[in-house]
Design a protein around this ligand. Structure first.
Ligand code: 5GP
Length: 200
């Protein structure tokens, strides 16, 4: 049987500390049909991060130039830093039938959902606010002030979960990952992007 596929644009959001990063890495490790859209950011690089793998780390003036050149699908200021999704990371790959994963905040997700009606959107929730606080402290990647800012923003982000097509509560990582894979498997068969050719 012949078949063709259009690439899936998978948008994943969730507050810092919900375990979104772990789920995203697991999906990328498991499913080679997905590639990660590397965003640009003006935030400083963390010790464990790799340039051009986690982000393209750029200066404020480089960011302004990209804005001027209309290089972004969406862009937003998140926790006081600027982030943007480059068109060049997304559209060419999708045209080739590849699936592309965006890990972006709810402001950016909203913009993408308006532009790309067929995108698949998932919001990752923590089991509780208490849990979020504990996870942000134990992962030890942000300073106290940054943690407080991220916790302050979490309620506003969670209030927007109703805009997303799917919700996952990440209480148990294995269960959350199963749910993520179930969504991905079903959406691969969605008739908006899957075109089998039935022969005589
Ligand atoms: P972090 O600084 O912890 O890597 O990311 C902070 C937040 O920015 C996360 O919610 C992440 O999803 C979001 N983010 C990362 N890249 C982008 C992007 O290109 N656009 C938008 N709107 N948000 C992004």
């Amino acid at each position: 049987m012949k078949e063709t596929r259009k690439g899936m644009l998978l948008v994943i959001s969730g507050p810092s500390g919900a375990g979104k990063g772990t789920l995203v890495s697991k999906l990328l490790d498991h499913d080679p049909s997905f590639s990660f859209s590397v965003s640009v950011t003006t935030r400083g690089k963390r010790e464990n991060e790799i340039e051009d793998v986690h982000y393209h780390f750029i200066s404020e003036s480089e960011y302004d130039k990209l804005l001027e050149a209309d290089a972004f699908i969406e862009h937003a200021t998140v926790h006081g830093h600027r982030y943007g999704t480059l068109k060049s990371e997304v559209y060419e790959r999708m045209e080739k039938g590849q699936n592309v994963l965006l890990d972006i905040d709810p402001q950016g997700a909203r913009a993408v959902m308006e532009k790309e009606k067929e995108c698949v959107s998932i919001f990752i929730l923590p089991p509780s606010y208490h849990d979020l606080k504990v996870r942000l402290h134990t992962r030890n990647t942000e300073k106290e002030e940054e943690i407080a800012r991220r916790l302050g923003n979490a309620r506003g982000e969670i209030a927007q979960m109703g805009r997303y097509r799917y919700l996952i509560v990440n209480d148990d990582l294995e269960l959350a990952f199963d749910q993520l894979m179930a969504i991905v498997r079903a959406e691969k068969q969605n008739s908006v992007r899957y075109f089998p050719v039935i022969e005589e």
